[in-house]
Design a protein. Sequence first.
Length: 165
Amino acid sequence: MKSKELDTLFLDALKDIYYAERKILRALPKMMRAAQSPQLKAAFQQHKDETEVQKDRLDQVFELLGRRPQGKTCPAIDGILEEGEEVMDTFKGTAALDAGLVAAAQAVEHYEMARYGTLCAWAKVLGMEDAALLLTQTLEEEKRTDETLTELAHSEINQMAIAAE
């Protein structure tokens, strides 16, 4: 049996992640420009391209619900992105910048994985199989992006930051 309260909670979380994805789309080009590693720049570009598709998937989920796509201010993502801006300002021109950018990007990814994981679970419980499928695709992409960032940090970025000291 569907819960009216869970329906409302689902829509609220959907608006939250919609807002977050739009904010992330604006932040990624700044992070790309700030990154020093060509591999990190490429990872940010790839994630920007994926995020555009993810936003389109959210548009589809709203359509499935018969709703207009709409965001709701998300203080959590605003704070995470603000910390990323602080890293770019504080460590600009240093060997530690890319390590800080990876950390900031992973904070974003972990937030997104938490949100999408919850939305997937709720969509399934609410019998929204098509929405669950779309949200699961995005969740898997977020996990892969996190893995890519981890690999970059371990194979290159962290070593470059420590070597410069």
